[in-house]
Design a protein around this ligand. Structure first.
Ligand code: HEC
Length: 97
């Protein structure tokens, strides 16, 4: 019986860890924004989003508009739910200080 419990625990861990979409702000950012804005928020093809950047001075509303509608060379990211986008913005605000 004890063994069965251990196996169920392992299977549960595997199921919960595999193929899941990221749920935290940093993980969502890395998946959806990091390639263009830099893993360290310092920018790449897209502008820097970290502390002291021009983007740091912009409102949450303009962040949402950029992600939902796209801006310039930035394509819209329609796959994100409002909740996921809120988490990304919260992560960016925290990083911006
Ligand atoms: C394919 C590359 C790409 C991806 C992916 C991308 N961006 Fe951008 N982003 C850009 C570029 C390029 C700009 C500059 C657009 C311009 O002003 O011409 C930009 C601009 C911005 C701006 C400034 C908007 C403004 O009004 O000037 C914000 C904020 C932003 N991105 C946030 C995000 C967030 C959050 C994500 C992830 C959900 C994301 N971006 C994903 C390329 C990207």
């Amino acid at each position: 019986m004890k063994r069965l419990g251990v196996w169920l625990l392992l299977v549960g861990l595997l199921l919960s860890g595999c193929g899941q979409t990221p749920t935290t702000g940093p993980a969502l950012y890395a998946r959806h924004c990091g390639a263009c804005h830099g893993g360290d928020l310092a920018g790449n093809v897209g502008p820097a989003l970290g502390a002291g950047s021009e983007a740091a001075a912009e409102s949450d509303a303009s962040y949402r508009a950029a992600v939902r509608e796209g801006v310039g060379d930035m394509p819209a990211t329609a796959r994100l739910s409002d909740e996921q986008l809120d988490k990304i913005i919260a992560y960016l605000r925290e990083a911006q200080g």
